[in-house]
Design a protein around this ligand. Structure first.
Ligand SMILES: [Zn+2]
Length: 448
């Protein structure tokens, strides 16, 4: 059976992921993501109203025109998890393919919201739920399997396409967490089985975000312990404490909620995306927040809540807000600019349970936001966080578990791939023979 892999987007950058695998006459697409930094760099761009071709020209979504060179029928579009760099282009591209979108329940729910917010295209692809650990028949003699993985968002999977020539494992995005906070550990047992059964693994596409970092990515339980230590240390502070983190990071948000209560404060989730992700997770039963937790998305209701906090005393609350990257319109940035009723006083604490995404736009915005907070007397706790992506030791473990014939580094640029190429070479792989460093819009033929 002929096997080829089209590396469509996210092979020269972190963002706008899209990969297509053709096995015989059947094609499966993994991810259709958005490169948000290409959107944010322009003032007031409203992607909901924009045409795909304009977004492709901006470098914001994958250029899927290479799909016309792929001779097969698309049988499924499979987003791996709910981060925008993996689902953010579905509303712009999925309608061009006559195929269902297959994903885990939490991811499907977020995809549904993306599609509903879309103003330019009508996306009517079937939405099919499949859980980690489940499989489905696909096309002619193929099987799609979801292996549960751990990442900085819940309900993430690595999809595996089983073909007569061996398995294609799509490894974006994950870290190897054996003690995650609110869900099951990564299913390493299944990866090891896949590496040893049938024809083994023909190709492994790997998340190289942290491939230049030595050692091991810590577990989410380490970030949780760090957060607990910080919050307990300020338990007796009788002024304002404000926290921020990735809205989609449900495990972290739930730890913040828990520790807020431990130190006698009512947790309040404030900001549009805080309400969106936490509300969805609670509705689907992934978390069960205590009744006193308030969630407010719209600016007016957030400002009303800030007024209530000022009336009843800042020492009774922990606002958990958007703005960990200094995004200009997020709540924390508005607080820094003094645009909300919440007033920061000398010595108030601001906890960033996040790391700045190392990219000039983010770094600049975060610098500005932090300075505005400091000018009002705020004291900053930074980097109470662990990454959601494998470092080098995790990559070694995956190679050992899967023993793939071919490896394809992804989710980085050329510089970012170097660490992964090095460690693969240490394991006997050879650049150009079975390590395929590729670029956007390329087609790799594995079996002719
Ligand atoms: Zn991700």
């Amino acid at each position: 059976m002929e096997i080829e892999i089209a590396t469509i987007g996210g092979y020269e950058e972190v963002g706008r992921q899209m990969t297509a695998v053709r096995a015989g006459d059947d094609v499966v697409i993994f991810d259709m993501g958005l490169n948000l930094s290409k959107v944010l760099i322009h003032d007031n761009v409203q992607t909901e109203k924009m045409h795909s071709l304009d977004l492709i020209d901006m470098g914001a979504i994958p250029d899927d025109r290479v799909m016309s060179d792929i001779e097969g029928d698309v049988q499924a579009i499979v987003p791996t998890h709910g981060h925008l760099d993996h689902i953010g282009a579905l509303s712009k591209l999925a309608h061009r393919y006559d195929a269902p979108i297959v994903a885990t329940p939490f991811t499907i729910e977020l995809v549904k919201q993306e599609i509903n917010d879309e103003n330019k295209f009508v996306v009517e692809n079937d939405l099919q739920k499949m859980e980690g650990g489940e499989t489905m028949e696909i096309g002619n003699g193929l099987e799609l399997e979801f292996v549960h993985v751990t990442h900085s968002i819940i309900d993430a999977i690595n999809p595996v396409l089983h073909t007569p020539e061996g398995a294609i494992v799509y490894g974006l995005d994950k870290r190897m967490d054996h003690t995650p906070v609110i869900e099951d550990p990564i299913d390493m047992k299944r990866f090891r089985e896949i590496g040893r059964e049938g024809e083994g693994v023909l190709a492994y596409i790997e998340d190289c975000t942290n491939a230049n970092k030595k050692g091991r990515t810590p577990s989410e339980s380490v970030a949780r312990r760090h957060l607990q230590d910080v919050m307990t240390s300020i338990e007796d502070y009788d002024g304002g404490i404000v926290a921020t983190t990735f809205s989609s990071h449900i495990s972290r948000v739930s730890s913040l909620v828990e520790f807020a209560q431990d130190i006698g404060r009512t947790p309040l989730l404030l900001g549009r995306s805080m309400e969106k992700y936490s509300g969805t997770a609670e509705r689907l039963g992934f978390v069960d927040f205590p009744d006193e937790v308030g969630m407010f998305g719209h600016r007016k209701s957030v400002d009303r809540t800030f007024k209530r906090i000022m009336n009843e005393g800042k020492e009774n609350f922990l606002p958990i807000v958007t703005g960990h990257q200094g995004e200009p319109r997020a709540m924390l940035t508005r607080m820094g600019r003094g645009e909300t009723p919440y007033q920061l006083d000398d010595g108030d604490k601001v906890i960033f349970s996040a790391r700045v995404i190392p990219e000039p736009t983010n770094e600049g915005q975060r610098y500005q936001s932090e300075n505005l907070l400091r000018m009002q007397g705020a004291r900053i706790y930074d980097e109470i966080h662990v990454s959601g992506h494998l470092c080098q030791e995790g990559h070694y473990t995956m190679l050992d578990a899967l023993q793939p014939k071919h490896v394809i580094p992804a989710h980085q640029n050329m510089k970012g791939y170097s660490g992964y190429v090095d460690l693969c070479q240490n394991q006997g792989y050879e650049l150009g023979r079975d390590i395929h460093v590729t670029h956007n819009g390329n087609v790799i033929s594995l079996v002719e």
